[in-house]
Design a protein around this ligand. Structure first.
Ligand code: NAP
Length: 303
């Protein structure tokens, strides 16, 4: 019988712990603050920003939603980022992706104060992830996936983890997290991508298979070893005339097929998605803690 990995339940546990920590910080006169900058009016981005703002408010965080017109210039956006870098009520900043095409996103990320880069995309945080410095910020989706595995007691140490996809948002940082030499890592990690040969052979050797490719229902039972844990990161819109919205969301994994063979599986929606926002809140509280200590790093995680 396959185990359903419920991201909503695990995210709920994360929020219980965060609420306790937020109360403690507030009792010391500090309220963690998150600023989200949205440039333009992309409907999907607006929806993401609204849900981040709502979650901040639910948790009692200070939330700033900066909505800038689609015509915003690079210099104007840089000005907003720099103002937030210097705003002591703000501990986490993110610029919702994708920005309009006149914006050089990499330059904007480099302009963020790395101590407030709760998305974990600043080169300083990428470097900290590579060297295993726990004061850095890892990207939220990989952190959420790691937490899902831990909370569901799916053994990471010694496991062969195969990740489909090598993006800087999911695949690469996830590989780094799961191969860290610490109690939450120690996996043997393989990354596959669109140029990989013998994909089925690679995926069938996985104890944990993680799909992050953005291809609806790509992973089938034939890709999966009996009893493997399958984590579906994909969020894809497919046309659905029967739905009021005219589309429905599916993952990168053909759920009904794969769940007959896997030992554990995440649904879409309700798997990785809720964990991404939970980890954003968690990174914001971590940034607040670290900044309140004068920017000094977290004590090293116990091995
Ligand atoms: P991305 O930047 O487009 O990267 C996709 C990766 O998949 C690339 O490395 C690509 O290979 C690889 N790929 C594409 N087709 C492939 C194939 N047929 N076989 C093997 N590899 C293939 O995507 P992303 O930003 O990482 O996102 C991936 C998916 O996760 C999307 O559906 C996205 O919406 C979803 N997502 C979900 C969350 C969440 O919170 N649940 C967060 C982030 C992303 P190449 O490098 O060779 O092109």
């Amino acid at each position: 019988m396959v185990m359903l990995i419920d991201g909503r339940v695990i995210a709920g546990k994360v929020y219980v712990d965060l609420r306790r920590e937020i109360t403690q910080l507030k009792s010391k006169g500090v309220t963690p603050g998150l600023a989200v900058i949205l440039v333009g009016d992309n409907p999907a981005s607006s929806a993401y920003v609204r849900s981040k703002d709502k979650m901040c408010r639910d948790l009692g965080l200070h939330s700033v939603k900066l909505e800038l017109p689609a015509s915003t210039t690079q210099a104007e956006l840089l000005g907003s980022v720099k103002a937030l870098n210097h705003d002591s009520t703000i501990h986490g900043i993110l610029v919702q992706s994708p920005p309009p095409e006149q914006i050089d996103e990499a330059a904007i990320v480099r302009a963020l104060d790395p101590r407030k880069d709760v998305d974990g995309f600043h080169p300083e945080n990428v470097a900290k992830l590579v060297i295993g410095d726990p004061s850095g910020f890892a990207p939220c989706t990989p952190l959420g996936i790691q937490r899902l595995l831990i909370e569901n007691k799916i053994q990471i140490a010694g496991a062969h983890v195969v990740i489909l996809g090598r993006s800087m948002i999911v695949g690469k940082p996830l590989a780094l997290l799961l191969m860290q030499k610490n109690k939450d890592g120690n996996a043997t990690v393989t990354i596959a991508h669109s140029q990989s040969r013998d994909l089925e052979k690679i995926t069938r050797s996985a104890d944990i298979l993680i799909a992050a490719i953005g291809r609806p229902n790509f992973v089938k039972a034939k890709h999966v070893r009996d009893g493997a844990a399958v984590i579906d990161v994909g969020i894809n819109r497919v046309e659905d005339a029967a739905s009021k919205r005219g589309y429905r969301l599916v993952g990168d994994v053909l759920f009904d097929d794969v769940s007959k063979k896997a030992g554990a599986i995440t649904p879409v929606p309700g798997g990785v998605g809720p964990m991404t926002i939970a980890m954003l809140m968690s990174n914001t509280v971590k940034a607040c803690r670290q900044l309140a200590r004068g920017g000094s790093p977290e004590p090293p995680a116990g091995d």
